[in-house]
Write a protein of this length. Structure first.
Length: 271
């Protein structure tokens, strides 16, 4: 019996399942258990002291995580499709921003693209309409010019209101120019230039007698001005496309509230 006891002890020592690291999985040693319990008590005491020192308001804010920091495990199909289209829009807009700065691939053409964009600003169009209205001597011309002035003012107010609601930034961090601030065209969605040139081109096609080459040039001018804003890095592709849509809707609105010749003459006499 005494010889069998040292053998069993040696066998237990050689058995890897009886080692401390394996015993801790099922039945942890008393020394480790006591050490862990003491460390837990110390950490709980330190946490309680820190919780007492923190402000109750901060404690509530830490407990309630904001919704955007939480992971959405089961997004809807609409959410996935919208985020995918948004990512494609941003990627394509950045690729097409070839004149966003001087270091871009088409940086040398930036001044020419800026000059093309000026033709779609609201301030030059409003100033030109007022000058033509002063010099106009026919009733038909004054009627068309007064309604054009109304359309330009409506375009500025509608686009500025939509941009304030959306507050979407452009694909590049580019500060708006002076004319952009005057027309309140400081955000990206929708593109003010695109809505304006779409409204103007549709207005001229409906109310001016133009030859077919001039009509084609008018449509090409509107498209070039709209997509020049993508090339310069001020707007996304969807901003320009939505601007074209809003410009057409603004034209339809002006057609609905079209001022007659008598109304225009009364406003001109008051002015």
């Amino acid at each position: 019996m005494p010889a069998s006891q040292p053998r069993s002890r040696a066998r237990d020592r050689n058995n890897v399942l009886n080692r401390a690291e394996f015993l801790s999985l099922n039945q942890p040693l008393k020394g480790n258990q006591e050490g862990r319990s003491s460390s837990r008590k110390q950490s709980s005491q330190a946490g309680a002291a820190g919780a007492q020192n923190t402000n109750p308001k901060e404690r509530r804010q830490s407990q309630q995580l904001p919704e955007e920091d939480c992971m959405q495990l089961n997004p809807s199909f609409k959410g996935i499709a919208f985020n995918s289209l948004l990512a494609i829009d941003i990627c394509m807009s950045k690729r097409l921003g070839v004149c966003a700065n001087r270091a871009s691939s088409w940086g040398g053409a930036r001044s020419m693209i800026n000059l093309l964009g000026i033709t779609g600003h609201g301030i030059p169009w409003i100033a030109g309409t007022l000058i033509c209205l002063v010099k106009s001597s026919t009733l038909a011309g004054q009627e068309v010019l007064m309604n054009l002035l109304l359309a330009l003012l409506l375009d500025i107010m509608i686009v500025a209101g939509l941009q304030k609601l959306a507050k979407r930034k452009g694909p590049y961090d580019i500060n708006p120019g002076l004319l952009d601030y005057l027309t309140m065209d400081t955000y990206a969605f929708p593109a003010g230039h695109a809505s304006r040139v779409a409204m103007l081109s549709k207005f001229f096609l409906n109310h001016l007698v133009l030859a077919i080459p001039l009509r084609i040039l008018l449509v090409l001018w509107a498209l070039c001005v709209g997509f020049s804003r993508v090339m310069i890095g001020r707007h996304h592709i969807t901003d320009v496309l939505s601007g074209f849509v809003f410009g057409y809707l603004q034209f339809r609105l002006v057609e609905l509230i079209w001022m007659s010749s008598n109304t225009c003459q009364m406003l001109i006499s008051i002015w």
